[in-house]
Design a protein around this ligand. Structure first.
Ligand SMILES: Cc1cc2nc3c(=O)[nH]c(=O)nc-3n(C[C@H](O)[C@H](O)[C@H](O)COP(=O)(O)OP(=O)(O)OC[C@H]3O[C@@H](n4cnc5c(N)ncnc54)[C@H](O)[C@@H]3O)c2cc1C
Length: 490
């Protein structure tokens, strides 16, 4: 039997790689973790989720300060944002979380961490820092980088991506954001709230193109009302460096050429897999524009080499990367044929209001040719939401023809948190009637979940048939409002 230096080697110390490393090492597998940057943690910690959510919170507080009067408070003159201070807060949150993702921690768990740039030389071996290292199984978890579109002039124009945007020395006065996916939309609102004049330039007629249009439009309306300007149906012609400013030219739907002059350009037009230098072609591994090809057990063409996380191009979220890391551990360490299933993968766009989704939306149901029905509840009818000063948004429940829930979308305050109840309901196959009859504390935003769950049931409970039956058996007297106090015609 062939012998290898390690049971499992992992390339990439982000969400996917760290999940595999911690699982494998704790289960007693001799584990190597290779990271090409100076620190573990990956994009999520350094250039993604953590800095973006920290920035969003800062922008929320600043927005609330500017709008103190809407809460019955005195008007306050607010000085402009010092981005150095914002950056300091971002860095401090990152360094606190960094401790969970430190080399020492993984070493304590039993994994060997090595920093360097690995290259496959065969399906069991890599070259790393001048040495050859072998492992029985490998996991490619090298993540993704901002995809840079081929726009005329972009290569000669300074632009920002998610790698620079959280580390700016000062707040840009104006910014054109190319793209309208979750990263673009979150940054558009945060920077606009902090004081940047933001323009979102989007190819199609909708932002957040994976979402149902009505929900995405709901987000867009809020951002528009706060001052973000949207250029939809825009086909970008070119960009130009004008020295102290940049120019973006695009054609709109009416073929009119528009020009934006801005201080900064943020490119947020999708992601590209990090595969450069891995030597994948030399071992016959295929990748496409989106990522490395894997089967549903996340195995590549070589069954001992797995790929997980953003590098596969599937669902590019931290929780998806973590989930996939677990699938790899099940297959490579437990030798269980566990398959990845994304049917109930939730996600959230952290705009304010948030848009959180799980399962099928209407767009997907139509595409799949599924018979479905939709029930909605508005946050305007939720007492807590009104008390919080949050009246925008709704919950949308999608049911199949047997009235079983197949998807939920929530546009509203703390939608990401509210979705957790649906994560449990859908994964646990909990009946809607159970959720509808469960007592929820008053006043909470969560009551909206209970209410929408009751929507398909209440027409049946309060039907004419039921009323007729009750009248017959219990001699109920019927409507009272048109009668006098003693039950006679008024
Ligand atoms: C601005 C922004 C906001 C985001 N917000 C959210 C959010 O709120 N929620 C959410 O779920 N997701 C969010 N994401 C997505 C999330 O960050 C990614 O899905 C997640 O980081 C993917 O994890 P990963 O392990 O696949 O890749 P990564 O976390 O990127 O880790 C890959 C690691 O591999 C290393 N590496 C690269 N090449 C090599 C190599 N050749 N050899 C060795 N190591 C290598 C990298 O340095 C990195 O450390 C956001 C992303 C961005 C950009």
């Amino acid at each position: 039997m062939a012998t290898y230096d390690y049971d499992i080697g992992i390339l990439g110390g982000g969400a996917a790689g760290l999940t595999v490393a911690s699982g494998a090492a704790q289960l007693g597998a001799k584990t190597l973790l290779v990271e090409s940057e100076e620190k573990l943690g990956g994009d999520c910690l350094h250039f993604g989720c953590v800095p973006s959510k920290t920035l969003i919170r800062t922008a929320q507080v600043y927005h609330a300060m500017k709008n103190a009067e809407t809460f019955g408070l005195p008007f306050v003159e607010i000085p402009p944002v010092d981005f150095q201070k914002v950056k300091e807060r971002i860095q401090s949150v990152i360094s606190t979380i960094q401790k969970h993702d430190s080399e020492e921690r993984f070493c304590k768990l039993g994994a060997r961490v090595v920093f360097g740039s690995p290259t496959f030389i065969d399906e069991h071996s890599i070259r790393l820092n001048g040495e050859t290292v072998s492992a029985k199984n490998w996991v490619i978890a090298t993540g993704s980088s901002p995809g840079i579109p081929s726009i005329q002039g972009l290569d000669k124009t300074p632009y920002l991506t998610n790698r620079e945007i959280f580390y700016l020395d000062r707040l840009p006065e104006s910014m054109a954001i190319l793209g309208a996916g979750p990263i673009a939309i979150e940054m558009a609102q945060a920077f606009s709230r902090l004081g940047t004049a933001v323009f979102v330039v989007q190819r199609s007629d909708q932002i957040l193109s994976k979402e149902d249009k009505d929900m995405a439009d709901g987000v867009m309306q809020v951002l528009s009302s706060e001052g973000v300007r949207f250029c939809l149906n825009a086909s970008i012609l070119d960009v130009k460096d004008l020295g102290n400013s940049r120019e973006v030219r695009f054609k709109d739907k009416a073929e009119k050429i528009n020009t934006l002059k801005v201080e900064a350009i943020l490119v947020a037009m999708g992601r590209a897999p990090n595969v450069n230098g891995l030597g994948l072609e030399s071992i016959g591994l295929e990748e496409n524009r989106k990522g490395i090809k894997v089967d549903n057990r996340l195995r590549t063409a070589h069954k001992n080499i797995y790929a997980a996380g953003d590098v596969t191009g599937a669902f590019q979220f931290t929780h998806a990367a973590g989930y996939e890391g677990g699938i790899v551990v099940a297959n490579a360490i437990f030798h269980l044929p566990k398959k990845a299933d994304y049917t109930l993968l939730p996600w959230c766009t952290y705009a304010d209001p948030e848009l959180a989704v799980i399962g099928m939306n209407e767009r997907l149901a139509v595409k799949a040719g599924i018979e479905y029905s939709v029930f909605t509840e508005s946050f305007q009818d939720n007492d807590r939401s009104l008390a919080e000063g949050e009246s925008v948004g709704e919950i949308k429940l999608v049911l199949d023809k047997d009235e079983k829930p197949i998807g939920v979308q929530i546009l509203g305050p703390q939608a990401g948190e509210l979705l957790s109840e649906w994560v449990a309901v859908l994964n646990g196959k909990v009946k809607l009637s159970t959720l509808a009859s469960a007592v929820h504390p008053y006043p909470t935003l969560g009551e909206i979940n209970k209410r929408v769950a009751g929507s398909p049931i209440s027409p049946k409970i309060f039907s004419k048939k039921v009323k007729k039956g009750l009248k017959f058996f219990f001699h109920l007297k019927g409507r009272a409002c048109a009668e006098g106090l003693h039950g006679r015609e008024s």
